[in-house]
Design a protein around this ligand. Structure first.
Ligand code: UN1
Length: 505
């Protein structure tokens, strides 16, 4: 697909490009310039139905191939992602607004995921288990679950689709995927890659569209597992709907109100830069972005001074330029939401330290007047327990400084005082404090002396509390896309039973 095309892009169902049943189309626009990047068919319930029928039909033959043969298709995609990294990074940046090094990181994360899944094809897939009876062999064997429905977000438009699909496919499942409506161009390119790799018809299907198409995936009984990464609001709905369908599984990973705890024994260089990366990279639009910095009173003033100075000067601008730190927000509606939260914080009487909600005209690069610009918003709050701004996820560069005193237990208590539990970090040179955080922070991803963004794909990625259930990514995803069979074989001429059961009559 070329830049700013006049063609209307279609769904990929059963190995064919199709307009589908719907008559509507939608546009992808560049959030930094407002330029239209392409026009796409908007999928309907009946397009999802067609895709699921194809996925269902293709399943039997696909699961008969070996893991290693299935992985061959992914190796082709791995090489293509590597060869086209720079070109794809530019597409990611143009379509979702992340600055270019982050666009590149998205593609790199995607090929790491594909590499991991394809290489894993040659690894053991179950367990050999001891038995109480010497003449019995016991195993845990895995089988594909069947059809996997994948609903992915716009903020990692290349990496997260491969989190969902790479292992699912190698394990012998077929997939129906709905890319985020904000990043259909990335969806189109990924579908073209599957086509070029020659994946058998119906094994991979892509339907472009909005939440209604996603809801059809969640509701259809042919879907065995739903993988969802996105907002907590939608994720909880998905989990609830799936829970009402016995036999169906959902693995959902949602957002957070993530914290960085800076103790009195922190290296403040590491602290300030980890906070800056975690709060403002991707313009605060990662589910792992930090919105609360919990700082010990002994280092609070120095941390505040240094952090505020950097937040004031950090560059917001053309994301295609290498020295830009932050690009725009994804869309106008999101800018409205972030602006409202910044206002809400003011209404809640916090002490505002940096307010770049509206950039000055001379900060906005020429030709980018239509971009959804917002800069850092930093505040401190003393009595913050009952504030909405310190508890609700904003998904933007909106960050609170919260002071704590006393021991690390106090800092971690603040970290845990949220309904969410996705990512968190501690900055400290004291191993006892670090270990306390590691063992007691209620998060799925815990970091020491690092930003709380930038997880590697072969680690489990998922949260606790309202941030998620199941792990729709790398290492743990195998649990969501395979069934386990406990297989026990008797090698003696008699029936020998565990638990002292006798077969005598
Ligand atoms: C997300 O936050 O939406 O850990 C996904 C990271 C990336 C993935 C983030 N590997 O920051």
């Amino acid at each position: 697909m070329s830049d700013q095309s006049t063609e209307t892009y279609r769904h990929y169902i059963g190995g064919e490009w199709t307009d589908g049943d719907g008559t509507e189309t939608f546009e992808s626009t560049n959030p930094a310039t407002g330029d239209v990047l392409g026009e796409f068919r908007r999928g309907t319930e009946s397009d999802i139905d067609a895709a699921l029928a194809e996925a269902d039909d293709a399943e039997e033959e696909w699961r008969e191939l070996s893991h290693i043969d299935r992985a061959e298709y992914l190796w082709d995609i791995y090489h293509e992602l590597r060869e086209r990294t720079d070109e794809l990074a530019e597409v990611v940046t143009k379509e979702c607004g992340k600055e270019i090094s982050e666009g590149r990181a998205d593609v790199i994360e995607a090929y790491h995921m594909v590499e991991w899944a394809a290489a894993d094809a040659r690894h053991p897939k179950g367990d050999v288990v001891p038995s109480e009876i010497p003449a019995k062999d016991a195993y845990m064997r895995r089988k594909p679950r069947g059809v996997i429905g994948c609903i992915t977000p716009w903020n990692f438009p290349v990496a997260i689709p491969f989190w969902h699909m790479a292992v699912a496919l190698v394990e012998g499942n077929t997939v129906v995927w709905k890319p985020a409506e904000q990043t259909p161009w990335c969806g189109q390119i990924i579908a073209e890659m599957f086509e070029d790799a020659g994946i058998p018809d119906g094994v991979f299907n892509m339907v472009q569209g909005f939440g209604d198409a996603g809801a059809s995936i969640v509701e259809d009984e042919r879907v065995d597992t739903v993988l969802f990464t996105g907002s907590a609001e939608v994720g909880h709905e998905v989990a609830e709907k799936v829970a009402q369908q016995p036999g169906k599984l959902a693995a959902c990973e949602m957002g957070g109100k993530n914290n960085i705890v800076v103790t009195e024994e922190a290296d403040l260089d590491i602290a300030v830069h980890s906070a800056l990366m975690s709060s403002f990279k991707t313009t605060g639009q990662r589910c792992v972005s930090s919105e609360r910095l919990v700082v010990h009173e002994d280092v609070y003033d120095e941390f505040k001074e240094r952090f505020v100075e950097l937040a004031q000067s950090v560059s917001v601008g053309n994301p295609l330029e290498e020295d830009t730190f932050m690009g725009p927000l994804i869309e106008a509606g999101h800018k409205e939401k972030v602006t409202k939260y910044n206002q809400l914080a003011k209404d809640e009487d916090v002490n505002v330290l940096v307010d770049r909600t509206e950039l000055d005209d001379d900060e906005i690069p020429e030709g980018h007047e239509e971009g959804h610009w917002v800069g850092p918003f930093v505040y401190e709050a003393e009595a913050w327990d009952d504030l909405r701004c310190t508890h609700e996820e904003v998904f933007g560069p909106h960050v609170a400084l919260l002071k704590y005193s006393g021991d690390i237990e106090e800092g971690v208590a603040i970290q845990n005082d949220t309904d969410y539990g996705l990512a968190g970090a501690i900055i400290s040179e004291n191993y006892r404090q670090i270990n306390y955080f590691r063992d007691n922070a209620e998060v799925g991803l815990a970091y020491g002396n690092l930003p709380c963004i930038g997880a590697e794909v072969h680690l489990p990625f998922g949260g606790v509390k309202k941030s998620g259930n199941g792990y729709p990514s790398a290492r743990e995803i195998i649990e969501a896309v395979t069934e386990r069979t406990a297989w026990t074989l008797n090698n003696s001429k008699d029936i020998q039973m565990a638990q002292g059961l006798s077969a005598d009559i």
